[in-house]
Design a protein around this ligand. Structure first.
Ligand SMILES: Cc1ncc(COP(=O)(O)O)c(C=O)c1O
Length: 396
């Protein structure tokens, strides 16, 4: 009997396995350099903040061309610090996307503000400026103080439209740049576009630490000073607490590792771009790329919009039979991931936001159709071909 396309592919025993991400390939050529830097931290015994973190902050600010870079304990804490440092808190509302990692909303709530959601653009999965305007016109939007766009998958949200919406309503813009180190909008780097920005250096991110780490960037001196104060329990002077901050400090080991990786990130992002373009070519040659934004029979490939310089944190396709495709790839030992299977307005922990199924149809549809395929700078061409062949087999 011929293989049913959705059954485990018994004919393919010799095919190579393709990991979703293999961090060891990045580590191996760097390990001597990394170990020497870690040893230096051990010698200086500056384990929290200290010389190595300051040096990384300086190098990061110089690379982005931003006045201030403040290292902290995670991307989640960076979001909270950016909001709190920009004086966003109780009594304020912040508009963000329902199609992101949980922290984009939970950080708003932790800052004491209300979260208002607006739907996404189905082509980019980023906040849709028209949906923001609709949200701003609703009666619940009287206290909106900021918009928090996410540069999802490594592509900046439409900053021209967002700036216009923010300017028209006198709002701040806080970037969730967790997935977007090196991304640009009209040649300006993510992290320099808004009033403040938050990066994550979680190990799977393009620029990654060896544990949890994050950063706030801003061109605003006051926001920077406040973020530094808030990351150390609201202290400006040792053991004198001016505000209720938190422990959100960055470790010396993480600073040391990140400063080294900063030297390589531009090359790694270029490699990701090459890989993304190669996927596009291979899928088109295989005849399974369909026009978007919604999938009919084949795949809808991701788009890079004019003005954006995408850094391909993820290469995300849409497929109508996404769950079956994922099972099919798993049976061939090909990694894939769903970012994100449940939109934030339908998360149990966020019921109090008061939304219901049907409120954000684009986010809900994306949650059913998106599939992230293996992409990392060291991914080989034969591995990509294996992924494309498997998907073509599934769709045949
Ligand atoms: C869009 C987005 N925002 C925020 C975060 C939170 O970052 P972290 O995991 O470093 O706390 C992440 C990463 O997981 C993310 O992808």
């Amino acid at each position: 009997m011929p293989d049913h396309p959705q059954s485990a592919p018994s004919h393919n025993k010799t095919a190579i396995a393709v990991p979703m991400l293999d961090l060891k390939r990045q580590y191996e050529p760097l390990h001597k350099e990394l170990l020497a830097a870690l040893e230096h931290v051990l010698e200086t015994q500056q384990f929290i903040l200290g010389e190595q973190v300051a040096s990384f902050e300086h190098a990061a600010a110089a690379q982005l061309g931003v006045s201030h870079a403040i290292g902290c304990s995670s991307g989640t804490d960076a979001l909270w610090l950016a909001l709190a440092a920009a004086h966003i808190g109780p009594g304020d509302s912040v508009i963000t996307t329902p199609f992101s990692f949980f922290a984009s909303v939970s950080a708003i709530l932790r800052a004491g503000a209300e979260a208002i959601l607006a739907d996404i653009d189905p082509a980019t999965f980023n906040l849709d400026a028209a949906a923001i305007r609709t949200a701003l016109d609703s009666p619940s939007a009287s206290n909106v103080k900021a918009i928090l766009p996410v540069h999802l998958y490594g592509q900046c949200a439409d900053w021209d439209a967002l700036t216009k919406a923010a300017d028209d309503h006198g709002l701040k813009l806080i970037e969730d740049a967790a997935q977007a180190w090196g991304a640009r909008w009209n040649k300006k780097p993510a992290g320099t576009l808004g009033d403040a920005a938050a990066f994550s250096f979680y190990p799977t991110k393009n620029l990654s630490a060896a544990g949890d780490a994050g950063m706030v960037t801003t061109n605003n001196d006051e926001v920077a000073e406040r973020a530094r104060m808030l990351r150390q329990h609201g202290m400006r002077r040792r053991y004198h607490h001016d505000e209720l901050g938190w422990n959100a400090r960055l470790d010396g080991f993480q600073g040391a590792i990140l400063e080294i990786k900063l030297k390589y990130i531009a090359g790694w992002n270029d490699a990701r771009r090459t890989i993304a373009h190669r996927y596009d070519d291979l899928f088109r040659k295989a005849g399974i790329a369909n026009p978007g934004p919604y999938p009919a029979r084949g795949l809808v490939l991701p788009t890079e919009v004019p003005g954006a310089h995408h850094v391909w944190h993820q290469y995300v396709v849409r497929c109508a039979r996404r769950d079956q495709l994922r099972d099919f790839l798993s049976a061939r030992n090909i990694g894939s991931e769903i970012y994100y299977p449940v939109p934030l307005h339908l998360q149990t922990a966020l019921k109090s936001l008061g939304y219901a199924e049907g409120d954000f149809p684009e986010a809900e549809r994306a949650a059913r159709e998106v599939l992230a395929l293996p992409i990392f700078p060291e991914l080989r061409e034969d591995e990509q071909q294996t992924v494309v062949t498997a998907i073509a087999d599934f769709l045949s």
